[in-house]
Write a protein that binds this ligand. Structure first.
Ligand code: PBG
Length: 330
């Protein structure tokens, strides 16, 4: 640095600050998340207690909510389903007329340009709440890998057959990207991308989501398939494996506590990187905002720009809808 350097020259007014801004955040970067419930009550719209401002929605209410979001500039969303019946083999996850499959058909018929992405996992559909099949008499939630792959592939295919633009497997089984890619290709869907939850940690930040999706495991935890929060190098191996198997986009999840991991993935691979600002991250900001302890708009924008600056192009966030509706992001 020369002796004439003065950093403040480029901070003097809003115009010059915008001219030299290194990182942008725009509507195209944001993906919203929605929970759709299989219910005959068309008016069903239930706020999630641990996620103020987020709802479980009937198909009809989803249509209304998404309509407003699309008008505000929303371009993409991801769906989670809450089925009527759960069982040991997650039948509703791949039922041709399951709640997510119906929601996809409705959304794509109404908004053909909206990118409809689906979370591919079994935990919302299994009676025990784990992300796959368990052995008889299991006591610790040690999901059996290979038989689970078949059901995941079947689930992904059913979403794509219903019209999904992209599938996003979040189960953390080994080999699931390849299993899904092969199944989609064999059915002729060679152009449907897979966004892999490649680097997904066994995180306490998912707590509120499990209330929202009614998917908390009844026994044991997810530590035999989701990653140890202490590990970053392992995240590179996970991303490499998924890219090898055909992942088009790789995701890091959660986002805020793992910015270093986002940066490592960005620097080591050449595919687009996504990051998921998860339920717990949302709930903590929202709770502080409701209490009047923070400036919500500025905190949300700072947390999102931090995720972009770390190297994620795409951000999955429960704030997407609100940020667009309130004009925080355009
Ligand atoms: C399904 C899944 C989870 C989340 C996204 N997909 C829960 C989990 O792994 O327990 C969490 C998202 C959030 O916390 O917002 N497996």
């Amino acid at each position: 640095m020369n002796e004439f350097y003065r950093g403040r020259r480029l901070r003097r007014n809003p115009v010059i600050r915008e001219m030299v801004r290194e990182t942008q955040l725009s509507a195209a970067d944001l993906m919203m998340l929605y929970f759709v419930v299989d219910t005959t009550d068309e008016d069903f719209k239930k706020e999630i207690p641990s996620m103020p401002g987020q709802y479980q929605l009937s198909l009809k209410q989803l249509e209304k909510t998404v309509g407003e979001a699309v008008d505000a500039g929303l371009r993409s969303l991801m769906l989670f389903g809450i089925p009527k019946h759960k069982d040991a083999i997650a039948s509703e996850a791949y039922a041709p007329n399951g709640i997510v499959q119906r929601a996809i058909r409705m959304l794509k018929a109404k908004w053909p340009d909206l990118q409809v992405v689906t979370d591919v996992c079994l935990c919302e559909y299994t009676s025990h709440g784990h992300c796959g099949i368990l052995k008889e008499g299991d006591t610790c939630g040690e999901v059996v890998n290979d038989p689970t792959l078949e059901l995941l592939a079947k689930t992904a295919l059913s979403h794509v057959e219903a019209g999904a633009d992209m599938v996003a497997p979040s189960d953390m089984m080994d080999g699931r990207i390849l299993a899904i890619r092969e199944t989609l290709d064999k059915a002729g869907y060679v152009n449907t991308p897979i966004m892999s939850y490649a680097v997904k940690y066994a995180s306490a930040f998912y707590g509120p989501f499990r209330d929202a999706a009614e998917s908390a495991p009844h026994h044991g935890d997810r530590k035999t398939y989701q990653m140890d929060p202490a590990n970053a190098m392992e995240g590179l191996r996970e991303a490499a494996a998924d890219i090898d198997e055909g992942a088009d986009i790789v995701m890091v999840k959660p986002a805020g506590p793992y910015l270093d991991v986002i940066r490592m993935v960005r620097d080591n691979f050449d595919v687009p990187v996504a990051a998921y600002q998860v339920s717990g991250e949302y709930s903590m900001i929202k709770a502080a905002a409701i209490n009047g302890w923070i400036d919500e708009e500025r905190i949300v924008l700072e947390s999102l720009i931090g995720i972009r600056r770390a190297g994620a192009k795409l951000i999955l966030t429960y704030y997407a809808e609100e940020a667009l509706k309130k004009g925080w992001v355009r």
